[in-house]
Ligand binder design. Structure first.
Ligand SMILES: [Zn+2]
Length: 336
């Protein structure tokens, strides 16, 4: 990518930096937000730590005559590695404080704070839902590869959903945005009607909604509830974590809500035809080719579980365990 493809100028001196990612999402949007003459920049979501990302940040700042020391604050919409990973590195270079919610930080520490409690819990979950040992081993290896991509870990300061943050001379409302990542926030500037969405609302791609061991058991309900709440906001410019800034915020939320309604209906239809494990449904819907892509397989499996948990909690499916493996059925009332 040329510099012109990597950095986009937005209104009011904002810069959108496409920080490369080594997987199918291709890039994460990082926002360089000017804090006024001589007051430096806030960086929203610096990206995943890779050699490419480090190089692109160095080049971008150099070409714009911005020193590392001009970065005065780093704000994280959520804790996923593609947003959080470079925060510690950028903090080392700039000395800037890193702001994140306490819940997001707790998750980051659990995943990358040493120990493999999370990897083991995920393995137990996926195996009990029918995933064979081999793809599971690949997923665990892939998870471990993220430790280097989020190191060093930043020293953080907490911000609170429901609170406010002054940035770019404006006051931003911090909106709790659960379901994709618990602890995530969207930031809303009412005066300009700008929404920094993180990954809660994305154009063209549907944000992943995953069952995560140790978090709430119905992330889809929380995600849909969050979308419903976000849809009440009047938004002129939405600044997402992936793809391009967009303007049809409410319409896009409508599409995301319909997508999940269709997906739930599709799954109950499939279960009515034939009971299945979560892994069988995952492969039926997303394809068996994902076995060669453990990163995407993890998301696909955890999202299939999110839909199945949601259906079961709403009484639209039921599950039975046999031989240590959980299988889902369409009609919980039917005697079997
Ligand atoms: Zn992301």
């Amino acid at each position: 990518m040329k510099e012109s493809d990597i950095v986009t100028e937005l209104p009011e001196g904002w810069l959108r930096v496409k920080v490369p990612l080594p997987f199918s999402l291709k890039w994460v949007n990082s926002y360089l937000v000017p804090e006024g003459q001589g007051s430096g920049y806030t960086v929203v979501d610096p990206g995943l730590r890779t050699d490419d990302a480090v190089r692109i940040w160095g080049e971008t700042l150099h070409e714009r005559s911005i020193d590392w020391g001009d970065i005065v604050r780093i704000v994280l919409t959520h804790q996923h590695p593609d947003h959080y990973g470079l925060a510690g590195y950028m903090q080392e270079k700039s000395g800037a404080p890193v702001f994140i919610t306490e819940r997001s930080h707790r998750y980051a520490r659990r995943l990358w704070g040493g120990g493999d409690e999370y990897g083991e819990a995920l393995k137990a979950l996926f195996l009990s839902h029918g995933m064979p040992a081999e793809p599971m081993r690949d997923i665990n290896e892939n998870l471990e590869s993220f430790v280097a991509r989020v190191s060093p870990q930043p020293e953080v300061a907490y911000m609170r959903a429901g609170g406010r943050l002054t940035m770019n001379g404006r006051e931003w409302e911090l909106i709790d945005a659960p379901g994709h990542a618990y602890g995530a926030v969207c930031l809303y500037d009412k005066s300009r009607r700008w929404m920094l969405c993180g990954d809660q609302v994305l154009p063209r791609i549907t944000p992943n909604v995953s069952v995560v061991p140790g978090e709430e058991e119905d992330p889809l309900a929380d995600f849909l509830g969050s979308l419903e709440q976000l849809q009440t906001y009047d938004v002129e410019l939405a600044l997402p974590g992936h793809r391009d800034p967009f303007t049809n915020f409410r319409e896009r939320i409508g599409e995301l809500r319909s997508f999940h309604a269709r997906r739930l209906a599709d799954m109950t239809d499939r279960l009515a035809e034939q009971p299945a494990t979560s892994f069988e449904l995952c492969e039926a819907m997303f394809g068996t080719h994902l076995r060669s892509n453990p990163h995407n397989l993890r998301f696909a499996m955890a999202e299939t579980l999110a839909h199945l948990f949601h259906l079961e909690l709403r009484g639209l499916a039921s599950s039975r365990t046999s031989g240590g493996v959980i299988r889902y059925y369409a009609d919980p009332r039917e005697e079997r």
